[in-house]
Design a protein around this ligand. Structure first.
Ligand code: SF4
Length: 350
């Protein structure tokens, strides 16, 4: 690859007057000639839509899979993690704002990494799989698609760490090659998504998470960053937990993580640990078997215990992870299913 490579976008349609409509995320931007989509990474040049960030890597690391966080998916493995630039949300508390709220080359150092090189690097670093993370994966959809196909051919797992704002068409395109969908459900109200992320059609996130699970049998884990006064009320927390239990199932891990003031949301304090523990209680009351308090190092809920007999299944301290009480995906003592996935084998699409 060279810096001059431009890749024609997938999933767009031509409109009259050299306009185009992008169908990767639910914004479904109608983009005039010479203009960019909301994510600022897709450009209409004379009626052809191009991806501006194909292979353009802003961030790269071999991370513990627990850092995504994914707690029930290949525990204790290393995951080759790649990020680019741009996002389709504009969250006022974004911890990666320097790469998500920028032009393609405006966010600092970057390198071009062809998909085969990315997969080779993952193998060379002893990683069991790849993830697209740090910025929103759909924003370099074509690249993640090409990488995921190659990775799966070579027996590596594939992970989206996502806000879930992806169309059915895009999800179905990459679905056969994606093993895990680590999705944010940021709140459970129109006002929360509007005020936090400048997004109205937030329920498309729920539809994508449900489809990832039910049609594509991806492993799904949910994160909610609990922010004082914005989404820490019982109604929203119970709404999320109830929805996850009903639509994704009781074994779906729910991570309730601590907010730290940053970017444009510095007026609020960090989330009190008691608030996170209340969220955990609400999750369990709603029937979720695995609720984890996140961003609180050393918190007692980091480890995984069997909900049936109490045996320690996976011991965690920070990113130090020991699998010790599992037989396959279930408790080795009583056999209760824990929903831990260690295989890329999946059911046929529904
Ligand atoms: S991916 Fe970008 S251009 Fe396409 S619909 Fe979403 S925000 Fe618009």
């Amino acid at each position: 690859m060279t810096t001059s490579d431009l890749i024609e976008a997938k999933l767009y349609e031509p409109l009259s007057g050299s306009r185009v409509r992008c169908h990767v995320c639910p914004w479904r931007c109608d983009i005039g000639p010479g203009k960019l989509g909301v994510c600022r990474m897709r450009h209409n040049r004379d009626g052809v839509l191009y991806s501006l960030n194909y292979g353009l890597v802003s961030s790269i690391a071999a991370d513990p899979i627990e850092k995504k966080p994914l707690f029930h998916f290949y525990p204790a493995t290393q995951c080759f993690s790649l990020g680019s630039y741009g996002c389709n949300f504009h969250c006022i508390h974004c911890q990666n704002w320097s790469i998500s709220c920028t032009e393609p080359r405006g966010g600092g150092p970057s390198q071009l990494l062809a998909p085969d090189v990315a997969v080779e690097l993952a193998r060379r670093h002893g990683c069991a799989g790849l993830s697209w993370t740090y910025n929103e994966p759909t924003i370099w959809f074509e690249y993640t698609y090409d990488c995921a196909r190659l990775a799966r051919q070579q027996g590596l797992y594939t992970v989206y760490v996502t806000n879930g704002f992806i169309t059915t068409e895009a999800l179905d395109e990459i679905g056969p090659y994606l093993d895990a969908f680590r999705v944010d459900i940021k709140g459970f109200s129109d006002s929360l998504y509007r005020d936090l992320a400048r997004v109205v059609r937030w329920r498309e996130v729920l539809e994508a998470a449900r489809r990832a699970k039910t049609k594509w049998d991806m492993h799904v884990e949910v994160v909610t960053n609990v922010i004082p006064t914005m989404n820490d009320d019982e109604e929203q927390l119970r709404g999320i937990a109830h929805w996850v239990r009903e639509e994704l199932g009781e074994l779906t891990p729910w991570h309730v993580t601590r907010f730290h003031p940053q970017y444009r949301l510095t007026r609020l304090p960090p989330t009190p640990v008691e608030t996170l523990e209340t969220a955990g209680r609400i999750g369990r009351e709603e029937g979720l078997r695995f609720v984890y308090v996140g961003n609180v190092p050393g918190h007692g809920s980091e480890s995984t215990h069997c909900y049936s007999c109490g045996q320690l299944l996976i011991k965690r301290y920070g990113y130090d992870t020991r699998v010790q009480g599992l037989k396959g995906s279930a408790c080795s003592r009583c056999g209760a299913e824990a929903g831990v996935r260690n295989s890329t084998a999946r059911k046929a699409p529904a």
